[in-house]
Ligand binder design. Structure first.
Ligand SMILES: [Zn+2]
Length: 172
C-alpha cells in the first residue's frame, strides 16, 4: 500500500495515511493535491494519479501530546547525527551529565558518536570548550510523530524539511 503525507492547512505535516484514504479526502473536497505520484488509482467512477502530498482545506486542531523520550525517538529526531561533530552517531549523550544532576529529558539529551561521547564523559560543555549548535527543547509532537523512515519519501522533502529540527544545526 502506498502512502500519502497529509499537511494541515498551515502546511504543517500532521499524518501519513494510505494513498486511497488521501484520494477520498480529495474526492470529498476536504483536501487538495500538492504533489502526485505517477501511479494510477481507480475508483468506480474516477481514475486519477495517486496523491503523494495533500493539503487539508480547513485547519484542524491537533491535540498536543508529549512524545515519550526513547533511544530510538532521539536518534531519529536528530537523524543519527552527532551533535558535536555532525558525523554519524548512535549513542545518546546527556548534555548536563546525569552524574552531575542532568535529567533524562528531551531538553537534556542529544545524539553523539562514540568518540565524542567518550571524550565528553561526565564533563560539561564549558569544560571542554564545546558548544551545542542548536537550542535544546521538546520536539514538536506532530512533526516528531511522523519522523522516521516514512519521513524520507523524496517527494515529501520540500514539505517536511522546514519542520525538521536537525536542519537547524546543518545551517550552522
Ligand atoms: Zn561526534
Amino acid at each position: 500500500m502506498n502512502r500519502t503525507l497529509v499537511l494541515n492547512a498551515s502546511y504543517e505535516p500532521i499524518a501519513v495515511v494510505s494513498s486511497r484514504r488521501a484520494f477520498l479526502l480529495v474526492m470529498n473536497d476536504k483536501a487538495s493535491v500538492l504533489s502526485q505520484s505517477d501511479r494510477v488509482l481507480r475508483s468506480a467512477t474516477v481514475t486519477a494519479f495517486e496523491p503523494s502530498v495533500v493539503l487539508l482545506r480547513q485547519f484542524i486542531r491537533i491535540p498536543r501530546r508529549s512524545i515519550p523520550l526513547s533511544r530510538r525517538a532521539v536518534l531519529e529526531m536528530y537523524d543519527y547525527t552527532c551533535a558535536y561533530c555532525f558525523k554519524y552517531g548512535n549513542t545518546l549523550d546527556h548534555v548536563l551529565p546525569r552524574a552531575r544532576g542532568g535529567t533524562n529529558t528531551w531538553d537534556n539529551v542529544v545524539v553523539a558518536c562514540v568518540k565524542c561521547n567518550n571524550k565528553k564523559a561526565d564533563r560539561l560543555l564549558s569544560e571542554l570548550g564545546w558548544k551545542l549548535p542548536f537550542e535544546l527543547r521538546n520536539p514538536e509532537p506532530t512533526a516528531a510523530a511522523i519522523i522516521g523512515k516514512r519521513w524520507k519519501e523524496p517527494a515529501w522533502t520540500e514539505f517536511t524539511a522546514p519542520w525538521q529540527r536537525h536542519e537547524l544545526k546543518m545551517a550552522v
